[in-house]
Design a protein around this ligand. Sequence first.
Ligand code: UDP
Length: 456
Amino acid sequence: MEMEKEHRSSHPRLVLVALPFQGHINPMLQLGSILHSKGFSITVLHTAFNSPIPSNYPEFGFLSIPDNLSEQLISADDLLPFISLLNLNCGVPFQECLAKMVQKQEVENEPSIACSVYDECMYFCDAVAKCVKLPSIVLRTTSASTYLSRNAILQLKAEGVLTSQGSTSQDLVPGLHPLRFKDLPVSKIGTPEIFLQFITNIYKTRTSSAIIWNTNDVLEKPSLQEIQKQCQVGIFPVCPLHEVAPASSSSLIKEDNSCITWLEKQKQNTVLYVSLGSVASVDKKELGETAWGLANSKQPFLWVIRPGSIDDQEWKKLLTEGFVEAVGENGCIVKWAPQKEVLAHGAVGGFWTHCGWNSTLESISKGVPMICKPCFGDQRVNARHVSQVWRIGIQLENMCERGEVERAIKRLMVDKEGKEMRQRAKNLKERFQLDIREGGSSYNYLNKLIELIMSF
Ligand code: UDP
């Protein structure tokens, strides 16, 4: 166990445990920043795998726990077995680490630990916190609708309506409007047993005292109310965490800021920002069709091509076909972008996204409409809400030919339909801003959450 940084303060300490993936590290560290700004000391317990960068958060303490995992790129196909392994490997070192911290606080008069806050996927933390008699709180980093749809899968499976492989049916799922059976986040990854076990593990009612949720009443009030009725403990929807938190970066990959210089040269609302987040990848055929669809649209674009997310041979083929020359100054390609800054830039008028929950929230909070190209899991649920409920985006289904890509870009960036979506996105952005100000629901829930933690 390595003490990377020590932090002393008279305020109670909170121990945070994120799932070590970008889409989970971001909201957890943002939550840490918010709670730190309210006077709490923060210690982040993290795995060596995908370790956060402590120097980005000099005000936090960081402790690394051995995870027995090799550094490797984890693709979507490996996610569930990997999470299961993490939970198996991390329990004992986490318990030892917490016990040492408690001992140290007694001997050295350190600030006492008020509670641990853990990502729902790091469910081993619950039993450990209980064992060392520490209250714990869960952080949910996906939408409330995802929670309801995952629970519906368990139910439909038990009733024999849904097979383990999911469904391609366009029919609406009863009680889950506007989700169709094909939108349910059924995983084809690993064995069906692993998937069902995963849902059971992350949603099993345990001993935690509360649930913090990175969503809000503006987007999901009816779903949140329904969940609260079924839930034994208080739910605290505080969202978007990245807007409430003081700005700082928790990127695991170095952000390429040259794209901001490129954006400066583009006209207002003209650029399509294209990114599929930190895990999803593009298959061979899709890469070529997307690239030529973008080029043929003649719309300026900023494209994030994360290392490992595309097929290198296919990319080389695109280059020999003259893709870069065809695009010229009209396109900017980077390996990783400062996404929140990009979405806040006036030149960006649309976001081609996989609809990860963070990307969805980041886009809404900047009033940017979307082209949704979900890849797996909860992304389909989010995409359906973006296009059908909030009506701030277009969803592309299945594999798209370059002509369809070009048409979708025109619909969003040029046509009247897109302008109306942009207006609705801007209205939602304003409601988000009101929600985190005094009197807003996220503002009030955050205050109630702090009262709860102080009562431990
Ligand atoms: N992100 C970023 N730069 C990029 C692409 C993504 O900073 O070039 C960030 C993005 O702002 C978001 C996170 O990575 O906070 C991705 O999380 P999300 O839930 O959208 O998707 P995931 O990566 O979990 O699939």
